[in-house]
Design a protein around this ligand. Structure first.
Ligand code: AMP
Length: 308
């Protein structure tokens, strides 16, 4: 039984108050797979698409993190998906400068037969129609389907997104996307509306202000680690999703209590991600780094109160 990750594998160009990059390796599925690799001992099955311009060294880097690339289509005469963004001084908000779909424009995902044992499915940010096609190809419904999406798809593919939402267990979006999707400003009201659209669990990410997990009438809050230096928030949400699903896939426990733990592991991976540009920080971590970071989260929120 395995973890299947679907999403973009991309070139990104990023501008933050601390610097600017040329085209570097990015993409939702890249961040998710790398983050998940610190939790799962098994291979992570990837479904995505790149162009002939995508470097062999980046594919090797994924393989080195136990990512199975049998489901990665390489369209030799096409260009890889390209995204460019510029962060504002608060580092919590950004403007998208360019989204060039390229290979993604005509992407027809094929789930290899060897991926049919999928127990945990992470549908990373991608066209909702592609996410739907992947669900449709699985002969058995996974134990857990997690979906990540963004305002871009709410703007141009809301109907397909709603169709996909009806089929998933967990939705992860940020606070402004939760407001856009629900039409509600209060996140509590937004969550109540979104939970009626299909997902049983909703995670609302609030950048440096942590994340909320909603399920029925339960709510859990996980902080983000206060960091001295945040260089590049790109991929933080995907790293969060990777840590979250990687931990759940390894423990195979999808109870609310275990999801709370998974959110802390996800937050830990997001905190690493933002400390360097692109995937740089995520590729060289050790188990000790991850354990120490998770302990920092535990210490951050642990307190005793004796109520009389
Ligand atoms: P995040 O910062 O977690 O929202 O994720 C950033 C990553 O998402 C970047 O590496 C981009 O390549 C990728 N990305 C940006 N826009 C899109 C989009 N419309 N669909 C899929 N992936 C995207």
């Amino acid at each position: 039984m395995s973890l299947l990750v679907v999403g973009t594998v991309a070139f990104d160009a990023i501008e933050t108050p601390f610097g600017k990059t040329d085209k570097i390796i990015g993409g939702a599925a890249t961040y998710i797979s790398l983050a998940a690799s610190y939790f799962t001992r098994k291979k992570i099955n990837l479904v995505s698409v790149v162009g002939g311009d995508f470097p062999e060294s980046a594919i090797k880097m994924l393989k080195d993190h136990r990512v199975n690339v049998d489901g990665l289509q390489i369209l030799k005469d096409k260009k890889t998906f390209f995204w460019s963004g510029k962060y504002h001084n608060d580092m919590n908000t950004r403007d998208t400068l360019a989204t060039e779909l390229n290979v993604l424009g005509e992407f027809d995902p094929i789930v290899p037969a060897s991926y049919q044992d999928c127990e945990f499915l992470m549908l990373g940010n991608l066209m909702p129609a592609v996410q739907l096609k992947v669900i449709a190809q699985l002969k058995n419904r996974p134990k857990l389907i997690v979906l990540d999406t963004m305002n871009f798809w709410m703007d141009i593919a809301l109907a397909e997104l709603k169709e996909t939402l009806a089929l998933v267990d967990v939705l992860t979006i940020n606070d402004s996307e939760a407001r856009q999707l629900s039409g509600e400003y209060s996140l509590v009201k937004a969550a109540a509306k979104i939970l009626k659209m299909g997902p049983k669990y909703l995670i609302i990410k609030k950048g440096e202000h942590g994340a909320l997990l909603f399920h029925k009438d339960q709510v859990f809050f996980a902080p983000a680690l206060p960091l001295e230096d945040v260089f590049d928030p790109t991929g933080a949400g995907d790293s969060f999703a990777g840590g979250f699903i990687g931990f759940l896939a390894e423990t195979k426990d999808i109870s609310f209590d275990n999801m709370k733990r998974a959110i802390i592991f996800g937050s830990a991976m997001a905190s690493f991600c933002v400390e360097k540009f692109g995937v740089e920080k995520l590729i060289g971590l050790t188990q000790k780094d991850v354990d120490e970071r998770v302990q920092e989260f535990v210490d951050l929120v642990q307190f005793d109160i004796a109520l009389v």
